[in-house]
Ligand binder design. Structure first.
Ligand code: PA5
Length: 430
């Protein structure tokens, strides 16, 4: 991952501001590495990429292979950090129209992340007709959305396959000893995987939480983890301003201190929409506390240039953009030469669609800089397992470091409890 920062005229920092933020960020990186900051009991993700053993990979892959053989659908039931990482990777890597193609591997569907009755009822209408397996993913084992969904689908599986086969079609991913899900899994004999104590939900994509669904979807989990491992080597130990992670942390905190309140993650390709959803959860839940933090938002260009683009160009000056620049597409198309230039598009004949997309990106950058929207760009060669692994580690590390620069604990989420308490009271839960 390479980072480029372009400040708009009004946002340009002085050399002093830059130096001071660089020093603060390097110190925060050291604090994180030494485990001497707040939330230091949740730092297991830092070394995860180098700690996953071949046996761990084999165990996850063999459960995934079983699902690939006996299921047309794989339901991933989890919410927040218990599903967004898997979904982000799968959406980024899969064929954009894969559900419309004839395939011999399971379609991944997501549940347990909403209370919507229609959604689950309609999913069950489909599951009535298809062979399926289910991963129930919850670190606490008690999250209501996931637990209610699991109760309903567990019953559905038992009715469909009988108790014994149902148990073989359920994979539980949860705490090593606590919570009702762990108790049920032990009692029923489900295949069970552990979410390490020291890894919080939104930092858990490289545990079985993310890796099992990704393996079931047919992607190379070793290459994904290898990408994260290589990124770790690059950015975890480099205590200097040229560290790409430090560049990002410095820029976003300088812009925050200059009064920007919104960071917009921008992609130029539809398969990265869930990367933005994962990133929003990671940064929103990690930094938004003590009345502080950038509000993480996202857009997909060029689609959203025809909707949100107007606001970003000329509305209230609240935001800066962080843009995912992917150099190469995985597929290639040529614009055809016609007999007649009746659509007046011959001026594009020398360009690929990716070239045109990149020109749109460049044009947007110039226009938005003119409109006082500073630009951070993340450069990646292409989208594949390895580069997604790099992105994961990069954003996770920057999030921890940036949280420390901001002066918050980036590893808790006390604010999430409030709605739960109020909901439970309304529901009469003891
Ligand atoms: O990042 C987090 O910790 C949260 O988003 C959790 O992942 C989410 O609330 C789900 O929690 P659990 O896995 O306990 O069901």
């Amino acid at each position: 991952m390479k980072v480029n920062v372009r400040y708009s005229n009004n946002d340009k920092p002085t050399q002093e501001e830059l130096n001071s933020m660089e020093q603060k960020s390097i110190k925060a990186l050291q604090t994180l590495r030494q485990g001497s900051g707040e939330g230091n009991d949740f730092l297991g993700w830092i070394d995860l990429p180098k700690e996953i053993s071949l046996q761990d990979f084999d165990k996850m892959q063999s459960v995934a292979d079983r699902v690939r053989q006996n299921s047309e659908i794989f339901v991933v039931a989890g919410i927040g950090g218990s599903y967004l990482g898997a979904r982000m990777v799968i959406e980024a890597l899969k064929h954009n129209f894969d559900t419309l193609l004839h395939r011999d591997y399971p379609t991944i569907v997501y549940a347990g992340n909403t209370m919507n009755e229609d959604y689950l009822a309609e999913l069950m209408e489909v599951l009535d007709q298809k062979d399926y397996s289910l991963a129930v993913i919850s670190k606490s084992g008690t999250t209501t959305e996931t637990a209610v969904t699991f109760r309903i689908l567990r019953q559905h599986l038992v009715n469909k396959y009988g108790k014994q086969e149902a148990s073989q079609r359920i994979i539980a991913i949860t705490d090593k000893e606590k919570g009702v899900l762990k108790n049920i899994a032990d009692k029923e004999g489900y295949s069970t995987f552990v979410i390490p104590d020291n890894v919080g939900g939104r930092y858990s994509v490289l545990t079985p939480v993310g890796l099992i669904p990704i393996a079931v979807a047919g992607f190379d989990i070793k290459a994904l983890v290898e990408g994260a491992k290589q990124e770790r080597e690059k950015i975890l130990f480099a205590d200097n301003k040229d560290n790409e992670a430090i560049k990002y942390v410095v820029a976003r905190n300088i812009l925050y201190n200059k009064g920007k309140s919104i960071e917009i993650l921008v992609n130029y390709q539809p398969n990265l929409v869930y990367l933005s959803e994962w990133w929003k959860q990671l940064y929103g839940e990690s930094e938004g506390k003590d009345n502080k933090g950038l509000f993480p938002a996202s857009v997909s260009y060029t689609t959203d240039l025809h909707s949100m683009g107007q606001y970003i160009q000329e509305g209230r000056r609240l935001m800066f953009e962080s843009v995912l620049h992917i150099k190469n597409s995985n597929k290639h198309l040529k614009i055809p030469k016609l007999e007649e230039n009746d659509d007046k598009l011959d001026y594009l004949l020398d360009f690929s669609l990716t070239d045109i997309n990149h020109k749109a990106e460049e044009g947007t950058r110039l226009a938005h800089l003119e409109g006082e929207v500073s630009q951070i760009t993340f450069e990646l060669e292409t989208i594949n397992e390895k580069s997604i692994g790099e992105i994961i580690y990069f954003f996770e590390l920057c999030c921890g470091v940036s949280g420390y620069v901001l002066g918050v604990n980036p590893f808790n989420q006390p604010g999430v409890e409030n709605y739960k308490k109020k909901m439970f009271k309304l529901l009469g839960k003891e």
